[in-house]
Design a binder for this molecule. Structure first.
Ligand code: GDP
Ligand code: IMO
Ligand code: MG
Length: 430
């Protein structure tokens, strides 16, 4: 029996959705533990694509899907996702989807604050997804949040709103100069959401303990990536939650002894959407080619993703911060048209070679990548299903990643489809 955490090692969009969907076949429960609908996790099964923003990516495998206390939930988006899946014949009843009674609710004023602040920041903006994620976590930390336990109890819900809304409206109108919210109509709308979602709301920590006692295997699905972590990422160009693997415990209510492995998802190159430093970013034709071949557009906002070479300074930071026990390399196929491929193995800062990510963003922005160059395999590898059938140069690239990180590769993904994968070591079927 194993419980495994999946995390993104870079700046998000590494292909977590695909790998979670794949591994969920052998798990029993799939749990989201942080983030919200800033996430966009893509699954492609039999040529059909589904992008999940809130529902865990185990849903297409018909596994129990859990939204942990660490997630911030926009109920309207969640209901849309449930309706969409059910219209496709996928059951998402209360026996399948469980929502923590302690998860925080994204309210309309969170989205207004998110947009208003970004507008005010002008060219200093973070480039958030505009989904109200930061303002919602902010209210959680300052004890002004609304949890599902409050949402489904009319008395508590009204009490919370009466206490919070006047201050929010003052801030929205007087400081941000934006629309305000109407307490009554917001309460009516959210009361309808509460009625719909109430049967799903439960004490997730208790449900997970029971699943463990029943011998069920749990897959924890991280959102965003290690370098968007509020503590360890490129602050302030980060999201507002801890994305590192340790938060799988706090964000769902299990203890660390129940985690048996952590797989880091590594895109074979690097992408970033939104603002913030990115040392190995490419501004040339190769960057454009990777962006086009990899169809690098955000799954949530449709924004063009910035592209660059694989960076093992970043990757080794993720190895340490998450305690990675294995890697899943995704989108290897995208590099199949290149004559040579570079890996950033260190930075040069002020004439000195460094292999750590500096905390000061001005220093990080001044870091120049130090590259080593490998040969490109110039071959379409999407049909390959066995490691030994990969071109020699592709295997050399993979083994160099293992050498530079000291972590074994467990999965290699060569296309977006569930079946376009080479599984070397499945932690659930060992
Ligand atoms: P996530 O947020 O980490 O789940 O990743 P996204 O879904 O936002 O972005 C990953 C994109 O790459 C999606 O469009 C996936 O369908 C696609 N994808 C995943 N793995 C592969 C792969 O191995 N090759 C190719 N070409 N595309 C992939
Ligand atoms: P998945 O789970 C890539 C980025 C935003 C912005 C910053 C803060 O699909 O990998 P936020 O809305 O969270 O306050 O925005 O974080 N960001 C992501 N980038 N993938 C994601 O999720 C992201 N979620 C947030 O672009 O730079
Ligand atoms: Mg994504």
């Amino acid at each position: 029996m194993a419980n495994i955490v999946i995390v993104g090692t870079q700046w998000g969009d590494e292909g977590k959705g695909k790998i979670v969907d794949l591994l969920a076949a052998d798990a029993d429960v799939v749990v989201r533990f942080q983030g919200g609908n800033n996430a966009g996790h893509t699954m492609v099964v039999d040529g059909e694509q589904f992008i999940s923003h809130l529902i865990p990516s185990g849903i297409l495998q018909k596994k129990i899907c859990v939204i942990g206390n660490g997630v911030v939930v926009d109920p309207e988006v969640l209901i849309e996702e449930i309706d969409y899946l059910e219209s496709k014949g996928i059951a998402v009843g209360p026996d399948i989807l469980k929502i923590s009674d302690r998860a925080h609710v994204i309210m309309p004023y969170h989205k207004l604050v998110d947009h208003g602040r970004e507008r005010m920041k002008g060219d200093k903006k973070i480039g958030t997804t505009g989904r109200g994620i930061g303002p919602s976590y902010e209210d959680k930390a300052t004890r002004r949040g609304v949890r599902f336990a409050d949402l489904i109890d009319p008395e508590s819900f009204d009490e919370r709103l009466q206490a919070i809304v006047p201050e929010k409206n003052f801030y929205l109108e007087k400081f941000l100069g934006t629309d305000t919210v109407d307490l009554e109509s917001m309460r009516d709308q959210y009361t309808q959401f509460a009625k719909r979602l109430n049967p799903h709301v439960t004490n997730v920590s208790v449900a997970m303990q029971k699943a463990g006692k029943d011998g069920k295997q749990i897959l924890f699905e991280g959102a965003q990536g290690t370098h968007l972590d509020i503590d360890h990422g490129t602050y302030p160009y980060v999201t507002s939650s801890n994305t590192a693997s340790g938060n799988a415990c706090c964000g769902s209510g299990v203890g660390p002894k129940d985690i048996h492995g952590v797989i880091g998802i590594v895109k074979a190159y690097t992408t970033r959407v939104g603002a913030g430093p990115f040392p190995s970013e490419l501004f040339d034709d190769i960057g454009d080619l990777i962006q086009q071949t990899g169809a690098e557009f955000g799954a949530t906002t449709g924004r063009r993703r910035r592209c660059g070479w694989l960076d093992t300074v970043i990757l080794n930071n993720a190895v340490r911060l998450n305690g990675l026990t294995g890697l899943a390399i995704t989108k290897l196929d995208v590099l199949g048209q290149l004559d040579e491929i570079k890996i950033c193995t260190a930075y040069e800062y002020n004439g000195q070679r460094i292999d750590e990510v500096p905390a000061n963003l001005n220093y990080l922005a001044a870091c120049k990548p130090v590259y080593e160059t490998l040969g490109g395999w110039r071959q379409d590898i999407r049909a390959i299903r066995r490691y030994q059938d990969l071109p020699e140069l592709a295997r050399q690239y993979l083994s160099r990643i293992e050498d530079l990180t000291g972590v074994p590769i467990q999965i290699v993904s060569v296309g977006p489809g569930r079946d376009e994968t080479i599984v070397l070591d499945n932690p659930f079927t060992r």
